[in-house]
Write a protein that binds this ligand. Structure first.
Ligand SMILES: Nc1ncnc2c1ncn2[C@@H]1O[C@H](COP(=O)(O)OP(=O)(O)OP(=O)(O)O)[C@@H](O)[C@H]1O
Length: 327
């Protein structure tokens, strides 16, 4: 091939590459060219991977697929996931992210913000305040930075996903900083946030969720019989009245900025076994029911007398599995 023809061909390809986003997006991750969410794929993922959470599955499937299929949402999607530790709140956020962006949590358009990691713990406020004053001038400034960070990310990609972990430990000033983005505004400071997704994770309300689940268990009812309605009351009472989540209440809940409260039920012995089984498979081991039972039995359960729910959910089963797999 002559150099001139080759040059022309290459230039043609490059022009196509640059001027046709679709072509470019075959090779690189693109905001607007995300793989379109398939309701079936999300459902399959939730059914196969998330155990013991029939309420969360249903709400998340409907909320996420409904929001993404709406070309003109009036506000960003805001989900608030509540429940005991290790019950799948982070895990489900990961599933949502993976169903929207190829890179999942590693995507440039998915942002995880951990209150206690990125900013101080509420109970240590005075301690951290002193520290914050050294490296950052004031809480106000932190709020400004958070706003700039959100604004920058949404300007780059309207369909950005923000996951705020440990929301119940987040400083009130920072929650105030997020508030304007969650509302029914067309644009805030020249940027539209209506296509963004905000997911808040917290343990607020976990005790009340557990009370309801325990009550069903004691009455010999299936946990799958628990309806969202049974949880709504328990959640609103505890989240609204919880001393630590009071600011939450006043700033976000009062103004109806949260679209869905999603309860995560405490996990039982049989769910732990399911988590362990999946992990054994993922590590390429043959399924050994004896090991699975031994690992699950090592976990601690509450309440003391009945020992129904795992106090760490599925969170630490994997490290316990290491011990048995080394045998
Ligand atoms: N319901 C579940 N179904 C399947 N796996 C689960 C479930 N819950 C937890 N797991 C497993 O346990 C791990 C830890 O759970 P995860 O981080 O989602 O808990 P969490 O609810 O976010 O807890 P925390 O409140 O402590 O942050 C997950 O990565 C997942 O592998």
């Amino acid at each position: 091939v002559e150099p001139i023809s080759l040059g022309l061909a290459l230039a043609g390809v490059l022009t196509g590459y640059i001027s046709y986003p679709r072509l470019y997006c075959l090779f690189a991750e693109c905001c607007g060219q995300k793989r379109s969410l398939s309701r079936e794929a999300l459902q399959k993922d939730l059914d196969n991977k998330l155990f013991g959470q029939h309420l969360a599955k249903k709400v998340i499937l409907n909320a996420v697929s409904g929001f993404l299929s709406n070309p003109r949402p009036k506000k960003p999607l805001t989900l608030s996931l509540h429940g005991w530790t290790g019950t799948g709140k982070n895990f489900v956020s990961k599933i949502i992210a993976e169903n929207i962006y190829e890179g999942g949590l590693n995507s440039d358009y998915v942002h995880l913000f951990v209150a206690t990691l990125h900013f101080p713990h509420a109970s240590n406020i005075t301690l951290y305040k002193a520290r914050a004053e050294i490296w950052r001038p004031s809480w106000m400034k932190l709020g400004d930075q958070l706003q700039l960070w959100i604004r920058g990310n949404v300007s780059a990609c309207a369909r950005s996903i923000f996951i705020f972990d440990e929301m119940d430990k987040m400083h009130a000033g920072l929650i105030d900083a997020i508030k304007p983005f969650l509302d029914y505004y067309d644009v805030v400071d020249e940027v539209s946030y209506q296509k963004a997704i905000f997911i808040f994770l917290s343990n607020a309300g976990a005790e009340r969720i557990t009370d309801v689940a325990l009550d069903f268990w004691r009455r010999g009812k299936q946990r799958e019989e628990i309806r969202l309605k049974d949880m709504e009351h328990a959640l609103s009472v505890s989240v609204f009245n919880n001393r630590n989540s009071g600011f939450w209440h006043s700033s976000l809940i009062d103004r109806n900025l949260i679209d869905y409260f999603v309860p995560f039920l405490p996990l039982e012995y049989k769910h732990l076994k399911m988590c362990i089984r999946v992990e054994m498979q993922a590590r390429g081991y043959e399924i050994d029911e004896d090991i699975i039972s031994r690992v699950a039995e090592e976990m601690t359960f509450f309440p003391k007398e009945e020992r129904v729910f795992s106090d760490k959910g599925c969170k630490t089963v994997y490290t316990k599995l290491d011990y048995y797999l080394d045998d």
